[in-house]
Design a binder for this molecule. Structure first.
Ligand SMILES: [Zn+2]
Length: 124
């Protein structure tokens, strides 16, 4: 267990995360059709590192296209919290929206630009 858990909360507090990992070395600002709309900044973790604290039937999920990812948001205040894989072959990573972190100053973490709209590569 790390000294400090990274904590995340939606606006109303219904959907919280506790992440048992080192702070991310960078955050990903992606220009794909969903990330640009959410305004999200993603940090990536192994799903085993992320404890999801919420009550049953309080979250909503959105998925589209090939339905490889589900984007999970609070059903009450609507804040987008994380994506999880729906692909059984891709289980070692999840994306967490660092905008909802409550105990990390994300402005001090490097932001990388990811061209999810076109080349699917980092462009910085
Ligand atoms: Zn909420």
């Amino acid at each position: 267990m790390k000294a400090n858990l990274i904590k995340s909360s939606c606006h109303c507090g219904t959907l919280k995360l506790e992440i048992n990992a080192e702070p991310p070395t960078f955050l990903t600002n992606c220009n794909c059709s969903i990330c640009q709309r959410y305004g999200s900044l993603h940090a990536y973790f192994h799903p085993d590192e992320v404890k999801i604290l919420t009550k049953p039937n309080t979250t909503q999920e959105y998925s589209w296209g090939d339905k490889g990812l589900a984007f999970v948001r609070c059903g009450d205040c609507g804040c987008y919290s994380y994506w999880r894989s729906l692909d059984p072959k891709f289980t070692d990573r999840m994306g967490v929206n660092a905008r909802l972190f409550t105990n990390l100053e994300i402005d001090k973490i490097r932001t990388r630009h990811f061209d999810g709209a076109n080349s699917w590569k980092y462009i910085d």
